[in-house]
Ligand binder design. Structure first.
Ligand code: 13P
Length: 288
């Protein structure tokens, strides 16, 4: 199975009232974990690659080849999109040239005119190759790859301006934050979501910062048109907790427990289990 654009899977999700999970890659173990999870429960999946991960894992071409080779090696038959997460303009172009099947251009920190111009160009270049495009309006709070922005709510009129450029799905801030949510977090702003939806119609909406949001809010967001939910932090925590337990139980001291593959195995399994748990919540199980 070849990597696919995320457009069709998200249009299907809007029609079917569920969401497809976007899971961030961090290392080789995460590639294995997410592909095996999606295959086991027959769910479509989007694998996200931030700028930091692209640098760590050897650049976009290396990641494309690694993911495609794993798909072949593991006999993965469910749809898999390989997607740039919060790409700068140069990163989006790099990924388009190097085999990604989907890109996000995040121009949310730029003046809206510049966001429009650059998004338009990314759409032109990506669509010429059948690659889907996500754009963003309104910063998403928290810290990612050293960039910090406060949780904002996107302006619905600006959402329409960006949606009209022919993008395939839109990320818009509705009070969501990357990483852990503060104790005094106000929750998702469903009134803003409703106003955005009014402006953009059936265009799939993306919810970033999908970790640690209460399940009832996730379900309500999906009911109101969110079709892609990005998860990173909860999978990272699952990996790290399982790894810590391995050492705390002294497993590295038993037999060949010191080998890197043995050390990383519990984290891989925990990442896979978390991915399946999220797919269950998002309603994407059995949709592939
Ligand atoms: P979390 O790390 O909060 O799950 O957010 C992930 C994300 O939105 C990636 O774009």
């Amino acid at each position: 199975m070849k990597l696919v654009s995320a457009k069709e899977m998200l249009d299907d999700a809007v029609r079917g009232h569920y969401a497809v999970g976007h899971f961030n890659l961090n290392n080789m173990e995460s590639v294995r974990a997410f592909l095996l999870a999606a295959q086991e429960v027959k769910s479509p999946i989007i694998l996200g690659v931030s700028g930091g991960t692209a640098k760590y894992m050897g650049g976009y071409r290396t990641i494309t080849d690694m993911v495609q080779d794993f798909i072949n090696f593991l006999d993965i038959t469910v749809p898999v999109a390989l997607h740039v997460d919060h790409g700068k303009y140069s990163e989006a172009l790099d990924a388009i040239e190097n085999g990604f099947s989907s890109v996000m251009f995040d121009g949310s920190s730029l003046p809206i005119e510049e966001n429009i111009e650059k998004t338009k160009e990314v759409v032109r270049l990506a669509h010429a190759k059948g690659i889907s495009v996500e754009a963003e309006v309104g910063g998403i709070g928290g810290e990612e790859d050293g960039r910090i922005s406060r949780g904002e709510c996107a302006d619905p009129k600006q959402c329409k301006m960006i949606a009209d450029l022919g993008i395939d799905f839109l990320a818009a801030g509705i009070g969501n934050i990357h990483g852990k949510y503060p104790a005094d977090w106000e929750g998702l702003h469903f009134d803003v979501l409703a106003s955005i939806k009014e402006q953009i119609g059936d265009l799939p909406l993306v919810l970033h910062g999908g970790s640690l949001i209460p399940a009832d809010q996730i379900k309500e967001a999906i009911r109101r048109g969110v079709a892609k939910i990005n998860v990173n932090t909860e999978c990272q925590i699952a990996f790290t907790e399982a790894t810590r337990k391995y050492f705390e139980e002294g497993k590295d001291k038993e037999s060949k427990g010191f080998t890197p593959r043995a050390v990383l195995a519990p984290g891989l399994e925990a990442t896979k289990a978390m991915c399946i748990k999220k797919m269950e919540l998002f309603g994407s199980i059995g949709k592939a």
